[in-house]
Design a protein around this ligand. Structure first.
Ligand code: HEM
Ligand SMILES: *[C@@H]1O[C@H](CO)[C@@H](O)[C@H](O)[C@H]1NC(C)=O
Ligand SMILES: *[C@@H]1O[C@H](CO)[C@@H](O)[C@H](O)[C@H]1NC(C)=O
Ligand SMILES: *[C@@H]1O[C@H](CO)[C@@H](O)[C@H](O)[C@H]1NC(C)=O
Ligand SMILES: *[C@@H]1O[C@H](CO)[C@@H](O)[C@H](O)[C@H]1NC(C)=O
Ligand SMILES: *[C@@H]1O[C@H](CO)[C@@H](O)[C@H](O)[C@H]1NC(C)=O
Ligand SMILES: *[C@@H]1O[C@H](CO)[C@@H](O)[C@H](O)[C@H]1NC(C)=O
Length: 390
């Protein structure tokens, strides 16, 4: 028997087979043969489909995914982000960071948006993981975007895609590059705080740790250096730099890779024993703009976090040349930033019929249904005696 199985897409597998019976003594009936053939075909399809998915996780994403179902999605997201950022310019940075912290934990599935819940399934929110607690911003803005998008195209656009779109839009509004955003992510139904603590890099990490955290997500050294360039805008809290200012590695001295003038400035902004929640600009010259100053700052020992300065000040590191390239050539930085943002946006995406399109970004749909039901019940009981529509 020769069987040719073709899978054009997930649902469309066809089988063409020719069977030759050389001996009439063959006891396998034709019916059994065709059953076997169908089973073989199904198995082959499974192998082909899953093989394809693992080889390229973004196989299902498409820049025109919502062209027919929600053609205005980009402009709707843009309008909300633009409105908010007029009053709060930092929000552009906060939204990009939210996408990064989503993608590094269970892939870009909007798991970071899920709140703590006990029912119908227990969710331990990533929002309270160490890198996120009292640190991430923009959850309310994402909900505002979701409401605006739902008004235009209910039940169509995932929260994961909203985070990705908001990041590209934030790049553009911040003066950075634009790109065509691959879309079609679906929302996950789980979160994992433990993984958030494990996967997200720390500002006290050395270069090897930074590299390995990125490599674990399929991102290489170029991606690490390009994406760290997001620290060209936004703020950090004093708590992440006080050790560099006063007692680096318990030496009793400041970090030697910190410029001494910048050190004095930062000490003014973050007094020893002062409020660790005070904010410092990442970029000392253009704090709300995406440009290549991040890299020229590193060249003169004016990186804010230890993890930033490591990229340039680690002896013999292969990241030094990349920093120099991006410092010299903003177009090269923008080209790499685009490519790496798209790559990051493809991490572990859920597509097709998996996952769901959340109705409310902070809850899986089963939870939203539970909450809807509760609100219907409470409305009905408050209108007791007035409603008898059955
Ligand atoms: C390389 C490893 C990284 C480390 C160790 C790191 C660490 C941090 C820390 C500690 C803060 C300040 C948080 C606070 O004060 O509460 C921060 C802020 C920020 N990070 Fe990173 N980050 C890294 C990579 C990235 C990447 C890849 C992106 C995006 C592509 C990014 C985007 C941002 C932005 C935009 C802010 C400012 C957020 C705001 O102002 O709200 N970071 N990061
Ligand atoms: C954006 O702001 C303008 C002007 O304040 C307002 O008319 C518009 O409704 C806002 N759009 C959204 C989506 O919030
Ligand atoms: C989800 O949790 C955040 C705090 O992490 C809170 O600000 C937000 O209001 C919660 N969202 C909902 C819909 O309860
Ligand atoms: C998150 O921060 C709050 C303080 O705002 C603190 O009470 C809480 O214990 C922290 N959560 C975790 C899980 O560390
Ligand atoms: C979260 O991830 C950790 C580390 O991979 C794993 O051990 C744990 O079972 C996961 N927890 C949940 C609730 O999925
Ligand atoms: C990182 O990956 C990109 C493609 O995703 C590639 O162009 C680049 O050369 C790689 N960089 C290194 C250092 O391997
Ligand atoms: C630096 O930290 C070490 C260890 O915590 C401590 O013993 C030392 O007194 C500190 N030095 C200064 C100058 O604060």
């Amino acid at each position: 028997m020769i069987a040719m199985i073709t899978c054009l897409s997930i649902n469309k597998c066809s089988i063409a087979s020719t069977t030759t019976h050389k001996h009439s003594s063959n006891i396998i009936t034709n019916k059994k043969m065709s059953n076997i053939r169908v089973t073989v075909a199904a198995l082959w399809c499974v192998v082909v489909v899953f093989g394809g998915l693992t080889l390229s996780s973004d196989a299902q994403l498409d820049t025109s995914f919502y062209k027919k179902t929600c053609p205005k999605v980009h402009s709707i997201v843009r309008e909300v982000v633009r409105n908010v950022s007029k009053k709060d310019p930092r929000m552009l940075a906060s939204l990009i960071r939210l996408h990064f912290h989503d993608c590094f934990v269970l892939g870009c599935d909007a798991s970071i948006l899920l709140n703590n819940t006990d029912t119908p399934t227990k969710i331990e929110s990533e929002q309270q993981a160490a890198p996120n607690n009292n640190s991430i911003r923009g959850l309310d803005v994402v909900n505002q975007i979701k409401t605006a998008v739902e008004n235009a195209c209910p039940g169509i656009v995932s929260c994961a895609d909203i985070l990705t779109l908001a990041s590209e839009i934030s790049s553009v509004l911040g003066g950075g590059p634009d790109w065509k955003v691959p879309l079609g992510r679906r929302d996950g139904v789980t979160a994992n705080r433990t993984l958030a603590n494990l996967n997200l890099p720390s500002p006290f990490s050395g270069l090897d740790t930074l590299k390995s955290r990125f490599l674990a997500q399929g991102l290489n050294t170029t991606d690490l250096v390009a994406l760290s360039g997001a620290h060209t805008f936004g703020r950090a809290r004093c708590t992440f730099i006080t050790n560099r200012l006063y007692n680096f590695s318990n030496s009793g001295k400041p970090d030697p890779t910190l410029d001494t003038t910048y050190l004095q400035q930062l000490r003014g902004e973050c007094p020893n024993g002062g409020n660790g929640n005070n904010l410092v600009n990442f970029d000392l010259t253009t704090p709300d703009t995406i440009d290549n100053h991040y890299y020229s700052n590193l060249q003169v020992k004016k990186g804010l976090l230890q993890s930033d300065q490591e990229l340039f000040s680690t002896t013999g590191a292969d990241t030094i040349n990349l920093v120099n390239t991006f410092a010299k050539n903003q177009d090269a930085f923008f080209a790499s930033f685009k490519a790496s943002m798209i790559k990051m946006g493809n991490i572990g995406v859920i597509t097709g019929k998996n996952g769901e399109i959340r109705k409310q970004c902070n809850f899986i749909n089963k939870k939203s249904a539970e909450l809807d039901l509760a609100s219907v019940v409470s409305k009905e009981s408050s209108q007791e005696g007035l409603v008898s529509s059955f």
